[in-house]
Structure formats: structure tokens, C-alpha cells
Design a protein around this ligand. Structure first.
Ligand code: CA
Length: 237
């Protein structure tokens, strides 16, 4: 790398928000490239090849989803979507189009920075872990060869389906996976009301087995109505 700062392309048309986010990211040591339209974003994306993109879905020239598809045609660059609370369906659609995560406006700086760190780190883990036989985060280990999940050195007894869900989330750690993405991967069927129920029941059992309690940060995060994310942050690297 010619410059050891991570480059973030910030695509947001509202000047005040853009300035605020840019200042915050720069204060945390990131290099920020700012764009206000989809077309400008595409040009800057191609010339800078950023490590991460923060993308507002409501852009003046084209829908942010258009930019998402443009990037995903050629690259797996992590993309965090910014969306308003009312755009639930847009969030799911953006995730299914390949966004890694989303943050709902209004958001706090700590929240956005945590998502940025997690998305950059996860994309590096994925690159360097390709073909790796285990996944580790804090006290949790997923052994893909033995099809085993170990927590604090103790094996967690999971059913085949439960294991398949955990392994799929681990392989995409740090990335918000929608219900439909998980269902397609685990059951090989299109999602419907019945399969979503099945997923939720399995998920509740997994979370219980992994010892998560409501309100306590856990390995698997649930975003109601959207999907699940395996925590990609490691305590010590
Ligand atoms: Ca906007």
C-alpha cells in the first residue's frame, strides 16, 4: 500500500451529514473521499479503489442501489448503507444486492465507527482466511472440517441445521445476512413464512446454546425483520 491509511468513499448528498461523517472518520485516521451523486461516486470509486464505501441510498441522480450493483459487478469492497428508518424494505434489498451492513439515520458516531472497523476487518479476515479450516472470534471457534462449534473450550452440541446456520454466518462474519440469504444457503429453498419461522426457531436455540441473553452483546446479532450478523470484531489480533 502506498498510503497506510484505509480509504473510505463517502457517498452522501446532504452536505451537513457528509461533512460531519467525513470529519469523524478523518479524526479516526481514515482517508475520506467525498461524493454527492451516484455518477461522481462511480468516477471516484474507479480512480481511488477505496477499502470501504459508505453509501446513502437516497441520492439525487440515481438510487444508491444502482451504485451497489455497479461495485458488485467487479468487487467485494465492503459497503455500509445509510438509510432512514422508514426504508426497511430498501435495507433488505440493499443487503440482498450485496451491501455488508447498514446504519439507520440518525446514528451516533460510535456506532458508525464500530461498523466501519468491523466491515474493514471482516473483509481482511475473509481475504486472508480463504480456505482456512477454522473461524475464531473471542471465545468462539467454528471448526469447518470437524463441523464443530467450541465455546470457551467446550463443545456446543448443535443439530446439523443449527451448525449449518452458524457456519454460514461465520463464513460471512461482520456481514448482515438477510433471512432470504440464510434460508437459500441452509435449506436451498426460496424464503417463505414457514421457512422464516423455521429459521427463527433454530436461531433462538443457537443463541440459547451460545449463552446469549437479551441486551447483552453476543456473537450473533439479530436485526428484527432483516437478518443476522456474526460479530466480526476480535478482541486481540
Ligand atoms: Ca440523501
Amino acid at each position: 500500500m502506498s498510503n497506510n491509511k484505509f480509504k473510505i468513499l463517502l457517498l452522501e448528498d446532504e452536505g451537513n451529514i457528509r461533512k460531519l461523517v467525513a470529519t469523524m472518520l478523518e479524526a479516526s485516521g481514515y482517508q475520506v473521499i467525498e461524493a454527492a451523486t451516484c455518477e461522481q461516486g462511480k468516477t471516484l470509486y474507479q480512480s481511488y479503489m477505496p477499502d470501504l464505501v459508505i453509501l446513502d441510498l437516497g441520492l439525487p441522480d440515481k438510487d444508491g442501489k444502482h451504485f451497489l450493483q455497479f461495485v458488485r459487478e467487479s468487487a467485494a469492497t465492503p459497503i455500509i448503507v445509510l438509510s432512514a428508518r422508514s426504508e426497511e424494505r430498501d435495507k433488505v434489498e440493499a443487503l440482498d444486492l450485496g451491501a455488508n451492513d447498514y446504519v439507520t439515520k440518525p446514528f451516533g458516531s460510535a456506532e458508525l465507527l464500530a461498523r466501519v472497523r468491523s466491515a474493514i476487518r471482516s473483509s481482511h479476515i475473509r481475504q486472508s482466511d480463504t480456505g482456512k479450516k477454522t473461524f475464531k472470534v473471542q471465545d468462539l471457534v467454528v471448526d469447518f472440517e470437524a463441523r464443530q462449534v467450541v465455546l470457551k473450550n467446550q463443545e456446543i452440541k448443535l443439530t446439523q441445521t443449527e451448525y449449518n446456520i452458524v457456519a454460514f454466518l461465520a463464513q460471512h462474519c461482520g456481514k448482515m445476512m438477510t433471512y432470504s440469504a440464510i434460508i437459500k444457503a441452509v435449506w436451498g429453498e426460496p424464503p417463505g413464512e414457514a421457512t422464516i419461522k423455521k429459521l427463527q426457531v433454530n436461531m433462538a436455540n443457537i443463541r440459547k446454546k451460545l449463552g446469549s441473553r437479551p441486551g447483552v452483546s453476543s456473537y450473533i446479532m439479530n436485526e428484527l425483520g432483516v437478518g443476522y450478523r456474526m460479530n466480526g470484531e476480535r478482541d486481540h489480533d
